[in-house]
Design a protein around this ligand. Structure first.
Ligand SMILES: [Zn+2]
Length: 356
């Protein structure tokens, strides 16, 4: 049932998405401690709330947590009474997104906006009411293998209002042993009526040494100093892995170029260069996020250098721009979360840089 929704699949594209490529083995979430253990025990006993929002920043491991809980719900093994066994056929199929009782919904391009071909203000990709209805049809049938049924909704905060309203029916009467696991970066965008019917699980940011260990474990043939990637990541393994990719290094050069020439900055050209080669909305979003995260890290460093009296490297100009620029960068990151198109966000942000 999953195939026909994947008009704009995020699997296999972009560095963060690469992490989302279905793994052959079930991955245990890192660094989530006793909170997740409590949830997984409840899942094992099919005592999970019928709808749970798993929330956290991009790349923080929400999908890993959701798959882990899904496996805890579906795993028939008695090896571990408190968690999924991680090795049986059920656990593997959950990891590979191929279990017949684990369904999922994900972003599709908003055809209406695309056809209109006019000013797209938001929702350049959404989860539509049709997708929700199709999922509800599937949930009318019995579980194929018996234990439970799970509907995962990726980027649930991108459901449009009609889709969220349609989902209310399922949130109220999900059916027996049916569990909805919603993934959201900005859960406050869910309607109050939806929020009041779900429970929340916040994915914890990872400690820097956990991220460092994981980067070293995954890197093939050494790899350089991971400290910059860790600084940009702010507790998100996905962001850290992504900051080490070739594209991120190129984007970082653009950031440094931008800061080196604080006059005559070409905002439209820079925005274009950041998004160059990104053919899909999802890729553009990832690139824009990398750019802004790196820009933020550099601006913070520049500001902190200024505050340090021993460092006279930056002359204290009367109109010191770093703090204002930092605010503009943070505002642009918020705009991306609101699904304003990346081209628009970057150009507007950089145009304001020019005027300061
Ligand atoms: Zn298992």
């Amino acid at each position: 049932m999953n195939g026909h929704w994947q008009k704009e699949s995020k699997r296999g594209v972009g560095p963060v998405a690469a992490q989302r490529t279905p793994a052959t083995h079930l991955q245990q979430p890192l660094g989530q401690g006793p909170v997740l253990q409590a949830w997984q025990r409840r899942a094992r006993r099919l005592e999970l709330p019928h709808a749970l929002v798993v929330e956290g920043p991009p790349g923080s491991g929400k999908t890993t947590v959701i798959k882990w809980l899904t496996a805890a719900l579906l795993c028939p093994s008695e090896l571990d009474v408190d968690g999924p066994c991680g090795v049986c056929r059920t656990c593997s199929r959950v990891a590979q997104d191929s279990h017949p009782d684990a369904h999922w919904l994900e972003l599709a391009r908003d055809e209406e906006d695309k056809d209109a071909n006019k000013h797209v203000k938001k929702s350049f990709h959404v989860i539509s009411i049709d997708q929700v209805r199709a999922a509800q049809d599937v949930l009318l049938h019995h579980a194929v293998e018996g234990r439970a049924r799970v509907l995962r909704i990726d980027d649930a905060d991108c459901m449009n209002e009609a889709a969220q309203n349609a989902l209310l029916k399922t949130l109220e009467e999900p059916g027996s042993a049916t569990f909805l696991l919603l993934e959201a970066t900005t859960p406050e965008q869910l309607l109050p009526t939806v929020r009041s019917r779900v429970q929340r699980l916040r994915v914890l940011p990872l400690a820097d040494d956990t991220i460092e260990r994981e980067i070293r474990r995954r890197s093939v043939g050494g790899g350089g100093d991971p400290s910059r990637a860790i600084a940009v990541a702010r507790g998100s393994l996905g962001q850290a892995l992504w900051a080490g990719t070739e594209h991120a290094v190129q984007v970082h050069d653009l950031v440094l170029g931008l800061l080196a020439t604080n006059k005559g900055l070409r905002s439209v050209a820079t925005a274009r260069a950041v998004l160059e080669g990104c053919t899909e909305g999802r890729l553009k979003l990832e690139a824009a996020r990398t750019f802004l995260a790196l820009l933020r890290a550099e601006l913070r460093a520049a500001r902190d250098n200024l505050a340090e009296p021993a460092e006279a490297a930056y002359p204290l100009a009367p109109s010191e721009p770093w703090t204002t620029w930092l605010e503009l960068t943070l505002a642009a990151e918020r705009d991306l979360d609101l699904l304003i198109p990346p081209e628009q966000v970057l150009t507007a942000c950089l145009l304001q840089f020019e005027s300061r």
